[in-house]
Design a protein. Structure first.
Length: 444
């Protein structure tokens, strides 16, 4: 389609010429020529309309290509004049932008597919009917399933995992344990929801925590065995030695009538020592029993202000002797906790007593008890003091049963506190800057 305007002018001139001939031959009463030029005029009008519509057809073809994501087409109206050249250039720019956007989209999709396939966490996505849209390599390896059409297909192994995942509430975290060919698999599962293609989908992330649990369990047992060995051997060794000495003295003087008072005194001292060490062992076992018998929390809705008020009465009586400043902070003021008030109070009092002991030699001691909501919407309690602090090497061991830096410490207070918080489904940890601040944080 060459110069559009020129072709329009030529076609109009030819049409005008035909009309002139029709008028001329009509006046000459030449019916044959009138019909001939009339037919020629009609044909030219039809061709003119068709030619004028060619631009519209080109634009329609362009829009249809976009509608069907066909960006390989070429614009053919560039040679029809200056205005058509401008139109062609703009349409070509639009096509190039669409090509670029599709290329970027394809590259992003390939990148996401690569990440999803190589991430170490299993990912499964399915719609409201359970039809699986995504099942990555890690999930296949973890569940030992090569193909998954519907989430219910996981139930074929007899462990109801598919049913569990389908019914799992969105935004929740849970665990699921099952045995596969003699191998224990414990999954940490997180569920979230999203909407795509006018459908609701659920995205499940899976992570096998069994190896980490086994490693931590072994580490915990090793620590416990070291503590038990240390405590028991400290008592058994002198008991064994004294019992052996007393037994030797008795055998040595057996059948002799010359059993001196000095021998009686030595044996009596040995037996008294054995008794004391035995009582020490009994106390140790009782403490160990205390750690293993944490009561199940009686969950209630507790106002932080009421909890802090009770602790404040005790705290102020404890701090009166050494003039330690005791402050409270609750944000928001109407903050409520879902917890066992007695158990949480026990933990907070234990932490406050520890802070007081750390501040025993301080003339300007400060203890702050605070409650707030963290970024994840969970209640967070803090006990902070400006005592000497805890060194980094000790900080990692303060929750180990029977570990204590105090001369007369039992080493079970923080361990029991940790067990109580874990029973609430929460966590507790400590941060310390020596000679500046020590903070114990509880998240419920």
């Amino acid at each position: 389609m060459k110069n559009f305007r020129l072709q329009i002018v030529i076609r109009l001139l030819l049409l005008a010429l035909n009309i002139f001939f029709i008028s001329y031959f009509y006046s000459e009463s030449s019916a044959v020529f009138v019909l001939f030029f009339f037919a020629a005029a009609v044909t030219q009008i039809f061709l003119l309309i068709k030619f004028a519509d060619s631009t519209n057809r080109e634009i329609v073809r362009f829009l249809q290509g976009i509608n069907y994501s066909d960006f390989s087409q070429n614009i053919t109206i560039a040679d029809s004049g200056k205005s058509f050249k401008e139109l062609s250039d703009e349409l070509e720019k639009v096509l190039n932008n669409f090509r670029k956007a599709r290329l970027e989209k394809e590259e992003s999709l390939r990148y996401l597919q690569t990440v999803v396939e190589h991430v170490g966490i299993g990912l499964v996505s399915f719609n409201a009917k359970g039809d699986v849209e995504l099942f990555n390599k890690s999930a296949k390896k973890m569940l030992k399933v090569s193909h998954l059409k519907n989430i219910s297909d996981l139930d074929k192994a007899g462990n109801d995992l598919g049913k569990f995942l389908f019914q799992l509430q969105t935004g929740t975290k849970s665990t699921f344990k099952f045995v596969d060919n003699g191998e224990i698999i414990q999954l940490m599962i997180y569920s979230t929801a999203f909407r795509m293609k006018e459908q609701d989908f659920k995205l499940i992330s899976l992570y096998n925590i069994q190896p980490e649990l086994e490693e931590k369990e072994i580490e915990a047992w090793q620590k416990l065995i070291r503590v038990l060995t240390h405590e028991i051997m400290n008592s058994i060794t002198p008991i064994s030695s004294l019992a052996s000495t007393a037994s030797g003295m008795i055998k040595e003087n057996a059948g002799s009538n010359q059993f001196q008072n000095e021998n009686f005194n030595d044996i009596n001292d040995a037996l008294n020592t054995i008794q004391r060490r035995s009582e020490g062992l009994i106390n140790f076992v009782n403490k160990f029993r205390d750690i293993s018998k944490i009561p199940k929390p009686n969950f209630q809705t507790v106002k932080a202000s009421e909890l802090f008020y009770r602790i404040r009465l005790l705290g102020e009586s404890l701090t009166a002797s050494n003039k330690t400043e005791f402050t409270f902070s609750i944000k928001p003021e109407n903050l409520e906790l879902i917890a066992d008030p007695d158990l949480i109070e026990h933990v907070l009092i234990n932490l406050i007593k520890n802070s007081l002991q750390a501040l025993s030699n301080s003339s300007n001691g400060r203890i702050k008890l605070s409650a707030e909501i963290n970024d994840r919407g969970r209640a967070m309690l803090k006990v902070a003091d400006n005592g000497p602090g805890i060194s980094e090497e000790i900080l990692d061991r303060i929750f180990v049963p029977f570990f204590s830096t105090k001369k007369d410490g039992s080493g079970i207070g923080l361990s029991i506190s940790q067990s109580i918080i874990r029973a609430h489904g929460g966590s507790i940890w400590a941060q310390s800057k020596p000679n500046e601040e020590t903070v114990f944080t509880i998240v419920l």
